[in-house]
Ligand binder design. Sequence first.
Ligand code: FMN
Ligand code: SF4
Length: 439
Amino acid sequence: MPEVTTTAEETTAGKLPRLLAGLRRGRPTTLDEHHEQLGSMPSTGSTGERSELLTEIERSGLRGRGGAGFPTAVKLRAVASGPRPRILVGNGSEGEPASRKDTLLMARAPHLVLDGATFAAELIGADEATVCVKESSKEAAASLLTAVQERADAGIEEVAVAVRVVSSDYVAGEESALVHQLNGGSAKPTFIPPRPFEAGVGQRPTLLQNVETLAHLALISRFGAAWFREVGTPDDPGSVLITVSGGVTRSGVYEIAAGTRLGDLIKAAGGPTDPLQALLIGGYAGTWFDVEAALDVSLDHQTMRALGGTLGPGVVIALPQGACGVAETAAVAEYMAQASSGQCGPCVHGLAAIADALHDIASGRAAPGTHEWLARWSDDVVGRGACHHPDGAARLVSSCLDVFGAEIDRHERRRPCVPPAGMRGLLPTPGAREPAAVS
Ligand SMILES: Cc1cc2nc3c(=O)[nH]c(=O)nc-3n(C[C@H](O)[C@H](O)[C@H](O)COP(=O)(O)O)c2cc1C
Ligand code: SF4
């Protein structure tokens, strides 16, 4: 579990942190401490008041923090207008290997997540809420369960929240896969429609939100839309949690204003440990940027979309000059291929072939023309799966071809890739092959 390293001085204008304010080192915040810091949750009251609160969420401009950045109010309204009964699901699956922010929130600020879950459930008229936590996040699960009990002991009247332990697999956190698990099925995406908001858990209209999104809702319910908009950009207001790792002095989870310059975030993380060559923004479905271009990038959804990238679940990985971006991406491509749920041909065969070709390039074994073939295949798999998994993997590989072109040329001339110790495996790939290194 990374410790939180963000302070108000390190971010903007002394207005942050918000979500990470008051966290205790090495243990969860108790209910008393939580109430002392933030007061108790305001009641959602009558139907009229709930409708006003929905409008307030709309005014806040909150976007989902699970990857796609979809406006939260639109989802809330869609479920709230569906048939009863309805259900709220908090997504704490955090399948992205380089992300720690959801686990950190659930482990250290469980009451913020639970406040958000009960508030969202009440807003949509749900009588049930479930927060899902991945199997490997034992500390987060224990912390949530203790927090649920504390609330019951305190006699807080609210929608009952269940905590469910779910698969830690990469695609298990995709919304239809999560619903499928909660319905007793395997952790595999299902073919849509229907989408969860139409017919999800037990065929009920299901509001599925990332746990960071829920934590923001808990604060907006207390402090309002104007407060939320005090930081961030007009299109992407508020703060956002980013997990920073790789070649930086202090890896960890940082809370920044959306729209913060990446260079400023790297500075807040203590600066690079070695001169950097590139940065990966958005995680394993994200995009590589050359260091020159990356440091001035504004970390918000609108900017990232315009650059052909994504903020994803808020992941930044810094790649030092001594590391090989091609070998690192080959290992991630293999991880992504293995993560496929095995249901759609282009995803199963396409991702495996892409990973093999990238390994061949990185190890100096590639046949002439492999680079061009890879570019074509990466385009071809986009939009060809039942879920967006292949699209994300293809985006990562395409950006690798663009950013590490010189490195790829060198490898295609059969030059070996031998990153020194400490410069390999910077991108965690549970269970995948070692990054290619050939003598
Ligand atoms: C392959 C894949 C994996 C995903 N994994 C997660 C995950 O681990 N956690 C998460 O919150 N969202 C994940 N998502 C996004 C969810 O499908 C969904 O959009 C999100 O949980 C909605 O919450 P939000 O609107 O609050 O962001 C994933 C999406 C895809 C395509
Ligand atoms: S696109 Fe891939 S991960 Fe998504 S459902 Fe199809 S096989 Fe599974």
